[in-house]
Design a protein around this ligand. Sequence first.
Ligand code: CA
Length: 512
Amino acid sequence: MKFKILLQIKCLIVALFTFFCVNLSISQDKGSSAPNIIIFLIDDMGLMDTSVPFLTDSNGISVKHPLNDYYKTPNMKLLAEQGVRFTNFYAHSVCSPSRTSILTGQNSARHRVTNWIKSEDNNRTQFGPENWNWKGLTKASVTLPRILQHAGYKTIHIGKAHFGPFNSEGEDPRSLGFDVNIAGSSIGQPGSYLGTEEFGHLGGNKSRAVPDLDKYHGKDIFLTEALTLEANIAISQAKEEGKPFFLNMSHYAVHAPFYSDPRFQKNYSNSGKSKKAQAYATLIEGIDKSLGDILQHVKDIGLGENTLILFLGDNGSDAPLPIENDYSSSSPLKGKKGNHWEGGMRIPFIASWVTPNENKPIQEKLPIASNTIQQQMGSILDIFPTLLQITNSKWPKSHKIDGFSLKDQLNAKQNNRRNELFLNHFPHSHRSNYFTSLVKSNWKIIYHYQIEGQPRYELFNLKEDPFESNNLASKNPKQLKIMMKILSLELKRKKALYPEIEKKPLELIMPR
Ligand code: CA
């Protein structure tokens, strides 16, 4: 028995070694042809938290809504004009599931980080599955940064991590394949946005104090700015070392607490919105300035044509706006962060070369359409396969992924090999409790688990009713059954865990 275990461990070590050697040799061949990569991730930024219109009419023409007139994001506008943006880009409805999916390419139903990770203890909630992955990623996890690290990239994490609870392996991004970690830890929100409050060490919420930024303590500086300065230093260092870089620029903004960024306060003081909503708008404008500053820095040091940027949020908007009949921060989309409607899961996504130049060989291999809105679905699950395809990297066959490479879609093409399906499985209680939703092409179903009595179903035709105002569950039982079958199959394929009552999983109940 002991011998058998030893043999298995030996085989595993050999397999890992072979896997990493293969990747290392690829990187040495690549040399300077490897593109630099920036994931510019904004915490809790939903589809409508920007002056760039992401919604379109039925002809694919962008349509402005009132929230687009409220927010000011000029650098996002420039990026959208030189790159491609997606109108149907999905994320999970809360933080940790999405962040884990970006790093693994797996749906949360598969990686089982189905709820946001609480730093102090298990955030299972009353009827959540006992075996959900509340400790998050580990040193053994296959992750995007680890693969890029072994492919010769300098891998840099800046800002919010939220990959594991306190004292877990995943707490420090360096355990997950990042060479550098600045300001990332278990915490899912900053104790304070102010340097004068030492980002939570001195004022604000001390249990959520942001680590590593001591040199800004006592200074009149906003957290978003401090992280931007650190990102630019790290980019320069990677260049000096002669390595391509992968930067996971992961802002704490625009997550609560909604501190007002004094640099932008006056832009919203006559808006008629609440003080909190004004503060939120300053957080948005702060990350937009950060975007502009980092893009400018990359250009200034001569890396613009070699650097790819993917801009995105991690779940629906949490803007502190009034809720009227379930419409609020994501309006005209229904719902907000944590909800089962579209406002909980649709996020902004823009891809571009920092300095587009179609004649540059590195860009010829990955052409990106300019000023284009992609109508076909994309999701956070696609980041992992996209970046590994672009960098010619492989992942172990045993690591199943649920995403599809976006390579063709970035160039405004359709990818007919991908499915048009996004599953959001949430077997916990939060703002929306114990639900699974599934979007497939024009249809969307939401299954509310039978915690009390019978399950509830919602069914929407997103093409005819994009803002989910007309529940067709009882009017179209045939389509409801079709969608339930697909939902059931997807959960089984991903080995999802159901909510539980007295240790008994609540299996799906099909509609009659
Ligand atoms: Ca979030």
